[in-house]
Design a protein around this ligand. Structure first.
Ligand SMILES: *[C@@H]1O[C@H](CO)[C@@H](O)[C@H](O)[C@H]1NC(C)=O
Ligand SMILES: *[C@@H]1O[C@H](CO)[C@@H](O)[C@H](O)[C@H]1NC(C)=O
Ligand SMILES: *[C@@H]1O[C@H](CO)[C@@H](O)[C@H](O)[C@H]1NC(C)=O
Length: 461
């Protein structure tokens, strides 16, 4: 009801456009700028898959176009804590990762194996836990890789496989050893895996920090992989700090690639979004950001214990999900409000993508497609409130007149009840006619909560 009320207020205000409100900025959609076929690049998530296969029904994966998974048995409890606790604990953790791999492949999703988690450095390791190459001794790491390579081969688990050589080594939480030791581990592991599996994707560095010329994890890594001929197949980092933006981060990366004489490669943000950003408006904002730079994206996962292995990265829920009666193996799944954004993004936003730009303050962003029937614009503010606007340019590029009246259909994607509550569909907020001229139409976004995303649709000419 809240978002419907907001819309009605918006509709009234739109009759006196922006009369009494301060507009913070404009996101533009350029209908003449075809940027290629949609591949719902942001439809991945890390963990989120139950270790019992088929526990979450297929349609939850297929409706959002699930295409990227990332796991390695993190937080499986004893006796499943990984290699550093012995072979049995390794095998139990491996079984979790292998099950998640099989689920991902069922939907033809690429699977990023997290070998730091299978080793046991999942963040819950104690302060004396070993790291590869401690005291210059690589025996345990080499034996670990031998075991893992053998197990992956025995299970035929190398199709659709990517390997993040280490997750977030720039946080002591995951790598509590010298940076130089990390670089040696990278070089050693990269060449071994490349020789073993020439067509498996070796990706990284999966730093928590976005590319920056003043971050010595980045500069030393780029310098090392250049000299060591161990350049990753994708440039990977995480965007979970609640700040930054994709064009800024990618710009910093391309600058450094020039400095170090390194090639441009596909981008993979294999953890994006803070937990508060995992709401409809935050997700629409991230989708827009990732699509603009053609980056694959996987939703971060902020749950822990067995819940980490459930809920599809906080897109679905089930009875007792957030209570002390939570059961990792219980079923009865339902979608939340955020899920509806991804469903629309995958199922409705077909045709071809068109270029968009965010508002100058980077708060409002849009992702847009031109289908054979309709233009569809998904938009979200980065979890804040205020007033922005969207300008759609080059209407004639989709066969519309350069002036007239345009009927625009609005959907509201509410976050009713939060991460664990059921939302089965967006709200149909009806049609509203906008008069326009100059081959362009502008309409306001009155963001009165920091949760709701919007989609706007109109027929092509
Ligand atoms: C710390 O973890 C290691 C495995 O990484 C284990 O061998 C050791 O016993 C643990 N120490 C304590 C005090 O729990
Ligand atoms: C890359 O670095 C690793 C670790 O130091 C080393 O074993 C390997 O020989 C290096 N390879 C090249 C081509 O420099
Ligand atoms: C088209 O959109 C893309 C993505 O936003 C942008 O990089 C490119 O500069 C745009 N091209 C033109 C001609 O506006």
């Amino acid at each position: 009801m809240h978002s419907l009320l907001a819309f009605l207020l918006a509709a009234v205000a739109a009759a006196n456009p922006l009369a009494s409100r301060q507009v913070s900025g404009t996101s533009t959609v350029n209908l003449g700028n075809n940027t290629g076929t949609p591949a719902h690049l942001a439809s991945g998530f890390i963990y989120g898959i139950p270790d019992t296969q088929n526990q979450i029904p297929d349609h939850f994966y297929t409706d959002i176009g699930f295409n990227y998974a990332r796991a390695g048995g993190a937080q499986v409890p004893a006796p499943g804590r990984g290699w550093i606790w012995g072979l049995t604990e390794y095998k139990n953790r491996f079984a979790s990762a292998l099950s998640n791999y099989k689920t991902a492949r069922k939907y033809n999703a690429q699977f990023i194996f997290l070998i730091h988690d299978l080793w046991g450095a999942d963040g819950s390791q104690n302060s004396t836990a070993p790291y590869p190459g401690d005291d210059g001794n690589w025996d345990s790491w080499d034996a670990y890789l031998t075991q893992w390579i053998s197990d992956m081969n025995a299970n035929g688990a190398t199709a659709g496989l990517s390997i993040d050589i280490w997750n977030e080594p720039d946080l002591t939480y995951f790598w509590n050893a010298p940076q130089s030791q990390y670089l040696q581990m990278w070089g050693r592991t990269y060449h071994r895996l490349r020789t073993e599996w020439p067509s498996v994707q070796l990706i990284g560095p999966a730093f928590a920090g976005q590319p920056s010329a003043s971050d010595n994890w980045w500069t030393n890594f780029l310098s090392f992989v250049k000299s060591n001929s161990s350049v990753p197949d994708e440039w990977v980092w995480h965007m979970e700090g609640g700040g930054g933006d994709m064009e800024g981060a990618y710009g910093a990366l391309t600058g450094m690639l020039k400095t170090y004489g390194l090639p441009v490669k596909p981008l993979n943000i294999d953890e994006y979004g803070t937990f508060p950003e995992q709401v409809p408006c935050g997700s629409a904002w991230w989708i827009s950001q990732l699509e603009r730079v053609n980056a694959h994206g996987l939703r971060g996962n902020w749950l822990s214990g067995w819940a980490l292995h459930d809920f599809m990265g906080s897109l679905v829920s089930k009875p007792n999900a957030d209570t002390s009666s939570y059961s990792p193996t219980a079923t009865g799944y339902f979608p939340n409000g955020d899920y509806q954004v991804y469903k629309y993004y995958n199922l409705d936003m077909t045709g071809y993508r068109v270029g968009t730009s965010p508002s100058a303050d980077l708060k409002l962003d849009t992702y847009a497609t031109v289908g054979s029937d309709m233009v569809r614009i998904l938009t979200g503010v980065r979890i804040t409130t205020g007033t922005w606007q969207i300008t759609v340019n080059d209407l004639s590029a989709v066969g519309l007149p350069v002036s007239g009246s345009l009927n625009i259909h609005t959907w509201g994607f509410p976050d009713t009840g939060g991460h664990y509550a059921e939302v089965d569909a967006p709200n149909d907020l009806g049609w509203y006619a906008h008069t326009y001229s100059g081959n362009s139409v502008t309409f306001p976004i009155y963001q009165t909560d920091a949760l709701t995303a919007w989609a706007f649709e109109f027929y092509v000419g």
